[in-house]
Ligand binder design. Structure first.
Ligand SMILES: *Cc1c(COP(=O)(O)O)cnc(C)c1O
Length: 389
């Protein structure tokens, strides 16, 4: 269905976009093209593929699939989300300035400050839920506005359309890391962003068995630049990884529906629980960005954060006592994961800064899986009883 993608709805494209049965063998699934090189019919006369860093047919299918889901024309796949993020930074020049969400993914903060500051790129991190703060941070040399929404771990929502407008005013690129929402729930290109970035490792792959990344854009020139750096830097995925992500995106809509349902029910249950001080879930009306989330997203996602009325140690005991929820970093797989930001994903942030950002000792982040939600509630109940006696 390569040429007629646009006629079909999301669930159909997630299964078919970018893929068609192998012409020679009829193989229904995209083959894992385990090749480094390709025969040429004469010197320089090849059939579209010369060398697999530059292009590989399994990767081509994945790139077309992810692009279609993001309502984009052009897709590029990478060996990790960080490989994709690096490629966006490659497009900049030294002396350029970047405005980014203050609670970006830790690895994004690290590559910005610890890798690219030494090449004289400048970064400002602002609270992007406040558009005035974003606007105030813009400078003449601002070339990139980096948005992450929902944010991690407090699940605040940034207005993508309004932020892309601000970037436009200053002739800066706007790029949205859409890893948490996935294109099933939120399509930044439709809202005016210039490019979308993904860690395919999370919901897109969906089974915690592969690392990958992607960039999607509708801007042909920008895509060509991405392609140049993709090939020049070489953070490209192998065909087996591409195959696994393609298998994952086929079930993205049904998985996301269940993730969202389970998260909604669990958030409500936690909100009513006496051991829980506060729940952060954009689907709750009490969430400060609930209205914006309802407008910008098709559903509220599978991540739930909450604060126990408990010490650092008691909270550590609670996340250690769960049996269905696995104690682990990362997110987006079919299985439920739980973590304590203060001691795990956000441990590198000094305590004072952490608390000022609202990340208290009692905070817990859950990636709600697609198990039976009653088992998830019962698991929390027994973990709270064990830890908070
Ligand atoms: C995991 C993650 C990344 C980095 O992706 P990798 O595949 O681990 O390299 C970037 N952004 C967000 C929001 C993530 O969750």
């Amino acid at each position: 269905m390569d040429d007629t993608d646009d006629e079909f709805r999301f669930e159909t494209r997630s299964i078919h976009a970018g893929q068609s049965p192998d012409e020679e063998t009829g193989a229904l699934m995209t083959p894992i093209h385990a090749n480094s090189t390709y025969v040429q019919d004469g010197p320089g006369d090849h059939r579209g593929y010369e060398y697999s860093r530059t292009g590989n047919p399994t990767r081509t299918d994945l790139e077309a699939n992810v692009a279609s889901l993001e309502s984009g024309e052009y897709g590029r796949a990478f060996s990790s989300g960080m490989g994709a993020i690096n490629t966006v930074l490659n497009v900049l020049e030294s002396g350029d300035h970047v405005v980014a969400s203050e609670d970006v993914y830790g690895g994004t903060h690290r590559i910005f400050t610890q890798v690219y500051e030494k090449y004289d790129l400048e970064f400002d991190f602002v609270d992007m839920t406040d558009l005035d703060e974003t606007e105030a941070a813009m400078r003449e040399n601002t070339e990139l506005v980096w948005v992450e929404t929902p944010t991690n771990p407090l699940l605040n929502i940034v207005d993508i359309a309004a932020t892309a407008d601000i970037a436009d005013e200053y002739d800066a690129l706007s790029v949205v890391d859409n890893t948490f929402a996935t294109p099933y729930l939120q399509r930044p290109l439709e809202l005016g962003a210039d490019a979308v970035c993904h860690s395919l490792t999370k919901y897109m792959g969906g089974h915690s068995d592969v690392i990958g990344g992607a960039l999607v854009t509708n801007d042909e020139e920008l895509d060509e630049e991405f392609g140049f750096y993709q090939n020049s830097v070489g953070a490209t995925p192998g065909p087996h990884e591409c195959f696994l992500v393609l298998r994952g995106t086929k079930t993205l809509p049904v998985r996301m529906d269940r993730h969202c349902d389970n998260a909604r029910q669990l958030a409500q249950w936690l909100d009513d629980h006496e051991a829980v001080e506060r729940v952060y879930f954009p689907g709750l009306e009490s969430h400060p960005s609930h209205d914006l989330a309802a407008e910008q997203m098709d559903d509220f996602g599978g991540m739930v954060s909450f604060e126990l009325d408990a010490s650092l140690e008691e909270t550590a005991d609670a996340v250690s006592a769960t049996e269905v929820f696995t104690l682990a970093e990362s997110l987006g797989g079919v299985e439920s994961l739980i973590e304590q930001p203060a001691t795990m994903t956000h441990a590198a942030i000094p305590r004072e800064e952490r608390e000022a950002a609202g990340l208290d000792d009692g905070l817990i982040r859950a990636s709600v899986g697609i198990e039976n939600v009653e088992d998830l509630k019962a698991d929390f109940e027994q973990a709270f009883e064990t830890a908070l006696r």
